[in-house]
Every structure is written in structure tokens, then in C-alpha cells.
Design a protein around this ligand. Structure first.
Ligand code: GLC
Length: 799
């Protein structure tokens, strides 16, 4: 590979080789787009021209200026952007990325492509090989199994319906080819904006190479500067979009089961929750509500009056969410099928016939969500369900799953032509050569669910513009966070799956998807009461907190396990609702800055290898370190506390323990009712009172728990919890110096507070001599309790 020509424009610099190109752009500060085209004749019909390339994932950005300078007597060309530079060696095509201080972030050894011409699909093996020093950790990669650091693993990016899945199953349902390299405390990001089937070898084959491989002709790569992991995540989500703020109710407890037979059973679930005084906001209706698995229909024998059921649920503060599968039953006379066929909305096989397969509906056809008109039509389907009072939509089987392809091998291939790929299917899905307009399935398979979610989201925004959509999806690709929450599919009631859920959700969060959860207490299999409790304790911190189970397994609602499990589980549900002000503010932060609610310890200790290895504990936001127990029979657990000072805050209450210094391993007591947690010095947590369901995010009761330190910072976002009305953002900042602890509060936004007073619990101070600005104060067991006016602006504690 060599470059012999460079074209220079103000926002684009392109290196040209005989059959190669590398186009460099600077879409955002700290981000370079490196469009590698190693098989140029396939990317560009004309000489020295790269055709514009459609991105499914990246949101539009104006280009920032670039400049070029020559070094080493012209052998190296350096592209300079603000905060980043790229040194390209013209003789080899290799490049080196440096940050503003000149530090090398990453290095490309080579990129290349093998072309395998064939009918119907020409495949490529386009490769980008990045040098990776042995001490570089690799995080992210979306929804993947394994530890937080994925070094030594090999992944495939091909959305796949797998049931059951295991701790080493790959690929799963989501494909997000984004990763964060972390070395000596400095992070950088690599994002492959390719919808094609991809693989990543994370220094498994060669410990010094991270190799990305695409079945398409290009490697459209974004390299992203840190230096902190959070900076990379912010930039990656600026590129691919951030999650919208969800309705508050979707953060409440959710109950689901594949196998609730009818409306009567849904009512009994509602009654069960209320009779046992367990909070609940959502019940899901799985596939059995449909007539013969026909999407957008109701089985009237099972659900004679869906609107009445939705009203009954609403009267108890509960919303209904229906499952929506993309497979449309092929049945003339069924409206959805007739419309899709008449308008040519369906995926076709190579020969051009409508592609027929089998999913739950049998036979089934598949809307082509890669096309805008199909997405718009699909979006409008939600109207009738909104009209009966359905509040949210659960998009499943959208890899798309297809149990059997019926006419996938009908082809135009001339007899005698070599055609290895004819009708080839990988996993339970559609054939590689299936047609989506002018594209083939191999190219757009991974964005099928993104298109479906986008159609649903945009449809809901137009049908009910005053409401926030709630969507939950199984499959997805980069950008899915703009439309939908994600759950991790068909897990099992294994302790290993409980533990794995933590690193999986952390990986998703680092990959831009903050609103995530795993099925509690495992979809398949048979959990014990102990497992129900332990999984509920972890689930309380999942942004999406849903209990779900499979047909043929025991019922898994919290009261099915008897005592003491029910009472302990209830306490944890209540804690979920107490945490709501903090969780809601974290979701707001995700919508503004892209940072996930669940954050790995290493996010705030990027140079600390011990923190990197703690992938069974996490931060809930910035300040609360949570270490759930994910093993059977354990009454203690080991935790590594990173740098800082840590206040024991087990079970969301002070457990009486002393503040401890970080950078040490501790053994925490964790009997069945206990989750070890610590509050960071300088951090704060806003809690409210438990409730049976959510109502508003303008909290009537609020208690701040503040761990005093020389600098304190906290934020709280409040609004109605639904819609797009007035809001209020509160910021606390504190200083502690010369025997005075001062807290100041500022607010932005027009929403008036719903409370007259607030309580503050300040930890780590000594008994004060005087307190200014509070209505009342008490000092009990080392905690300063303050009762303040809701409109307070300044408090001063003299020590
Ligand atoms: C899939 C989903 C699961 C759902 C089932 C029936 O397996 O992952 O959550 O319950 O289909 O719809």
C-alpha cells in the first residue's frame, strides 16, 4: 500500500494510491473520520473519486478545518486538526494518531482488502490492523460477553437471535463496533461505521494487533480523543446521537412473562403486586395477545377489551407495553400484509420474489426498514395501539430472527456460474443475498432493528407529540440509543448470568447505550429465592428494571418465592423508588452528555489496573459505588475501592462504618439483605420516599446525602416526568476549608418546586459550632442533619 497523490480541501484531505484511498475529515472537535477505501475500484467508479457514503449511525456534522504539513523530506504527511494530528507514511499507508500534546494514541499498521467476486454478492475481506501495546486494555464493543477488558477475545458483529445463550456466546443481538483503548490512564476511541458483517480480533491472534475486518469494501473509521474514558464516550455519542429522556414511568419496576395467557392473568399480576405492596409501573404483554401472532392485532378471546384493561391498569398506576415483532404473517386479507405487499414494502429474495420465512407467524414476510417510506408506514401502525391506551412498545425478534427461510434460494444466477453465497444464511435470519431495495442483506442486516426502532420512534413522535416514546429493543447497532432502551435478551437463571449482566451492561453503556437492563431473575431456567433477591438487588440499579420469564419455566414474580425472599425483595423495590431522583437525573445526563448511568470503576480511575479488573461492581452515576453479590451462598464480598475516600452506604443508608481510604481491597459483609455500597467523598445522592408507582419527577420529598469533602458537586434534574414542559436543574457545590463547610445551590429552569423543605444529611463533618441558613439542624451519630427551605441558596457550617 502506498499513496502517490494527495488532494487538499479545507475540510477534507484525501490520500490516493493506485487502487486505494484514505479520506480524512474532522467532523467534531477531537474526532477524525478516516475513510479507508482499500478496494477503490469497488467504492468509486470514477478515477480518484470517493462516492458519498450513507451512514445509518452517525448524525450530521459540519466539517471542521484541516491542514496538511510535510515532514521527513516529504515521506510523511501530517494532517492537523484541533487537538489531534494524523501522520501518514506515504510509502506504506500506515498512520499514527497523536493528541494535542503529541502523545501517540494509536497506530495503524496497514489496511487492505481481498475481493471475492461472486454472484449474487461480492464479498470483501477489508482489514484494518491497529497496533496495540500489550498493556492496552480494550473496553466497549457494545453487547458482548466476557470481562470488561476484551483484550484476547474475538468478536463477530452480526445481530443474532440466540436462545439459550451462554457466558461465551458470540455474536448476540446487538452489533456495535466501537471500542475504547486504555493505556497508562489515557483513553482513545475507535469506531467502525460499517453496517456490513464485521469481526474484531482484539489481540487474540496476535497480542500486538487489534484487527477489524469487514465484509464490505471500506473501513469507515472514526478515531476519537480522550484523554478520559468519559471524554471518549461523550464524543462517540455526539457522533452517533444520545438517548432522549425517557418517561419517568419507564424507570419504574416492570413485570413481564412470556406465557401470561390472557387479560385475567394480567389482572392477577396487578393484584399480586398491589396485594403484596410491591411497587410496579409497567406490565408487558408478550406474543400471546396477538391473534395468530399477527402483529398489530388482538386476540379477542384472550383480550376482549384491551382499552378496558389499560384503564384498569392505569387506575393502579401501571402502564401496558406490548411486544411488537417485525415478521408479518403472510395471509391475504390481513390488512398489514396486504398493505405491505401492495406498496412493495417487503424484503425480497435474489430473484425478486417476496422473501418468505417462518418466525412466530408462519409463513412470515419482513418489512424492509432500511427504506424511509416503510419506516413511515410502520410508525403509523402504532396509532391504533396508542388509541387503546398502550403506553410503550417492545421490539423483539428484530435481528431479524427467522427460524426457517422458505424461498431464500430463488436466484437469477445463471446455471453454471460459481455462486457460493446463493441463499446462504448465517444464524436464524434472512439470507445474505436477500434484497433491501438496491442493497443486500449482508450489508444491512445489522441495521434492520435500528430502522425498525427509528420508524417506531418517529411515528410515535408524530402521533403523540406531547408524549415521550418508550421503546425497548433486543437487536440494535450504533445509534440505537437515539430511539430505544435495550435489554440483553434470553439469559438464564444462572449465577454466572447475573454476574455477566454487570459487564455486559457496562460495555453497552460505554458504547453509548445507557438505558439498559437484563431480565431479572433470568428468562430461562429455575431461580431460587436467594437468586431472586440477589438479582433484584442488582436490577434495582439497572436503568431498565424488568422481571421477565419464559414459557415452561416457573413463575418468577417476587411473591412466588415465599419468605424471607419476598420481604427482602420488597425492600429493594422500595429502594429503587427512593433512588428515582438520582436515576432520573442520570438519564437526563445521558440525554445531554451521553454518559451512561452504570459506569465501570475504571472510568474514574483510568490508570488503575485493579479498578479495571473490578467488573462485577460499578458506579451508579459518579458517586455511588455498588458491589452486588452475584454468587450463591455468599455473605461477604471482596471489593476494590479506587482512589478517593469512601463512606460506607450499604443498602442506601449509612451502615455506621468509618470513611475509608481508597486504593485498597476490602472484604464487605453482605448477608442476603445487604448490598455493599460506598459514597464518594465530594459526592452526593438525592433520594425520595418510596411509592407504589411513579407520578412526577418534581419530587415532593427530597433528601440529599452528601459526603463532605474540600470540593462537593452534585446535580439534580426535575420535571413532570413526561412530556416536554418546564424543568429545573439544580446544582450543589460545596467547599470545605479553614473550619467552614459551605454549600451553595443554584437552579435553572422555570419549573416551580413541589416541596417546601428539603433534608440534607452531611457525612464526615465533626460536630458544628454553628450552622447558618438551615431551619433546623441536629448532629446524630456523626451525621449532620439539616432541615432547609426548598428555595435555599447557601448553607454555612462552622466547625
Ligand atoms: C424472545 C424474547 C423473549 C420473549 C419471547 C417470546 O425469546 O427474547 O423475551 O419473551 O421471544 O416473545
Amino acid at each position: 500500500m502506498r499513496f502517490d497523490d494527495i488532494s487538499i480541501e479545507s475540510t477534507r484531505i484525501t490520500f490516493w494510491g493506485p487502487r486505494t484511498a484514505l479520506e480524512v475529515r474532522n467532523p467534531l472537535p477531537g474526532v477524525l473520520r478516516l475513510r479507508h477505501a482499500p478496494a477503490l475500484s469497488h467504492s468509486a467508479p470514477a478515477h480518484r473519486e470517493l462516492l458519498p457514503k450513507q451512514s445509518w449511525s452517525v448524525v450530521e456534522h459540519a466539517g471542521l478545518p484541516l491542514s496538511l504539513r510535510r515532514e521527513q523530506e516529504g515521506a510523511v504527511a501530517v494532517v492537523v486538526a484541533e487537538g489531534l494530528s494524523l501522520e501518514v507514511t506515504l510509502a506504506t499507508g500506515a498512520w499514527r494518531l497523536r493528541d494535542g500534546s503529541g502523545r501517540e494514541l494509536g497506530r495503524c499498521e496497514s489496511f487492505s482488502s481481498e475481493v471475492m467476486p461472486d454472484y449474487p454478492v461480492t464479498r470483501f475481506r477489508s482489514r484494518l490492523s491497529l497496533h496495540t501495546p500489550r498493556d492496552e486494555a480494550w473496553l466497549g464493543f457494545g453487547e458482548k460477553v466476557g470481562t470488561l477488558d476484551k483484550r484476547g477475545m474475538h468478536f463477530t458483529f452480526w445481530n443474532t437471535d440466540v436462545v439459550p445463550h451462554h457466558p461465551d456466546t458470540d455474536p448476540l443481538y446487538q452489533s456495535i463496533p466501537f471500542s475504547i483503548g486504555l493505556r497508562e490512564g489515557v483513553a482513545w476511541g475507535v469506531f467502525l461505521d460499517e453496517s456490513w458483517r464485521m469481526e474484531a480480533d482484539v489481540a487474540a491472534e496476535d497480542p500486538s494487533i487489534l484487527c477489524w475486518e469487514s465484509a464490505g469494501p471500506e473501513l469507515d473509521t472514526y478515531v476519537i480523543a480522550g484523554p478520559m474514558p468519559a471524554d471518549v464516550v461523550r464524543r462517540y455519542t455526539a457522533l452517533t446521537g444520545r438517548m432522549p429522556l425517557p418517561p419517568l414511568w419507564s424507570l419504574g419496576a416492570q413485570q413481564s412473562r412470556w406465557g401470561y395467557e390472557n387479560a385475567r392473568e394480567i389482572r392477577s399480576v396487578l393484584q399480586g403486586y398491589r396485594a403484596h405492596k410491591i411497587p410496579l409501573d409497567v406490565v408487558y404483554l408478550d406474543i400471546d395477545y396477538m391473534e395468530g401472532y399477527k402483529v398489530w392485532t388482538w386476540d379477542r378471546t384472550r383480550y376482549p377489551d384491551p382499552a378496558g384493561l389499560a384503564r384498569e391498569a392505569a387506575a393502579q398506576g401501571v402502564r401496558l407495553v406490548t411486544i411488537i415483532d417485525p415478521g408479518v404473517k403472510q395471509e391475504p386479507g390481513y390488512r398489514v400484509y396486504d398493505e405491505a405487499l401492495a406498496n412493495d414494502y417487503l424484503v425480497r429474495n435474489d430473484r425478486g420474489s417476496v422473501l418468505v420465512g417462518e418466525v412466530w407467524p408462519k409463513p412470515a414476510v419482513f418489512p424492509d426498514f432500511t427504506r424511509e417510506e416503510v419506516r413511515a408506514w410502520w410508525g403509523q401502525q402504532h396509532r391504533t395501539f396508542l388509541d387503546v391506551g398502550i403506553s410503550g412498545f417492545w421490539n423483539d425478534m428484530n435481528e431479524p430472527a427467522c427460524f426457517k427461510v422458505i424461498n431464500g434460494d430463488e436466484t437469477f444466477g445463471v446455471i453454471g456460474t460459481r455462486s457460493v453465497d446463493k441463499g446462504r444464511v448465517e444464524g436464524p435470519t434472512l439470507p445474505h443475498d436477500a434484497r433491501h431495495g438496491d442493497k443486500r442483506h449482508l450489508e444491512v442486516h445489522n441495521v434492520y432493528a435500528l430502522g425498525m426502532a427509528r420508524g417506531a420512534y418517529e411515528g410515535l413522535r408524530t402521533i403523540a407529540p406531547e408524549r415521550r416514546p418508550f421503546l425497548l429493543t433486543r437487536a440494535g447497532s450504533p445509534g440505537i440509543q437515539r430511539y430505544s432502551a435495550v435489554w440483553t435478551g434470553d439469559n438464564s437463571s444462572y449465577w454466572a448470568h447475573l454476574e455477566l449482566s454487570i459487564s455486559m451492561l457496562l460495555g453497552l453503556g460505554l458504547s453509548g447505550v445507557s438505558f439498559v437492563g437484563s431480565d431479572v431473575p433470568g428468562f430461562l431456567g429455575r431461580p431460587t429465592g436467594e437468586m431472586l433477591v440477589r438479582w433484584t438487588q442488582a436490577g434495582v440499579f439497572y436503568p431498565l428494571f424488568r422481571n421477565h420469564s419464559a414459557k415452561g419455566t416457573p413463575y418468577k414474580e417476587p411473591w412466588r418465592f415465599g419468605e424471607p425472599y419476598l420481604s427482602i425483595a420488597r425492600e429493594w423495590f422500595e429502594r429503587r423508588y427512593r433512588l428515582m431522583p438520582t436515576l432520573y437525573s442520570l438519564m437526563h445526563e445521558s440525554s445531554q452528555e451521553g454518559l451512561p448511568a452504570l459506569r465501570p470503576l475504571v472510568m474514574y480511575a483510568p490508570g488503575d489496573v485493579e479498578a479495571l479488573r473490578m467488573d462485577d461492581a460499578f458506579f451508579f452515576g459518579r458517586d455511588l459505588l455498588v458491589a452486588p453479590v452475584a454468587r450463591q451462598g455468599r455473605t461477604h464480598r471482596h471489593v476494590y475501592l479506587p482512589e478517593g475516600r469512601w463512606l460506607p452506604f450499604f443498602n442506601l443508608g449509612q451502615s455506621g462504618g468509618e470513611v475509608i481510604e481508597g486504593r485498597q481491597h476490602v472484604l464487605a459483609e453482605a448477608p442476603l439483605d445487604t448490598v455493599p455500597m460506598w459514597l464518594r467523598a465530594g459526592g452526593a445522592l438525592a433520594l425520595t420516599e418510596p411509592a407504589l408507582h411513579t407520578t412526577t419527577a418534581n419530587w415532593a420529598h427530597l433528601t440529599w446525602h452528601i459526603h463532605a469533602a474540600p470540593r462537593v458537586e452534585a446535580r439534580l434534574y426535575e420535571d413532570a416526568g413526561e412530556g416536554y414542559g418546564a424543568s429545573r436543574l439544580t446544582r450543589l457545590s460545596g467547599t470545605w476549608a479553614d473550619g467552614r463547610f459551605v454549600l451553595e445551590r443554584t437552579t435553572e429552569g422555570a419549573l416551580p418546586p413541589a416541596r417546601e423543605t428539603e433534608t440534607l444529611c452531611v457525612y464526615a463533618l465533626s460536630e458544628p459550632r454553628e450552622v447558618l441558613g438551615a431551619r433546623e439542624h441536629r448532629f446524630v451519630d456523626g451525621v449532620l442533619l439539616l432541615e432547609v427551605e426548598a428555595g435555599w441558596t447557601r448553607l454555612e457550617v462552622k466547625l
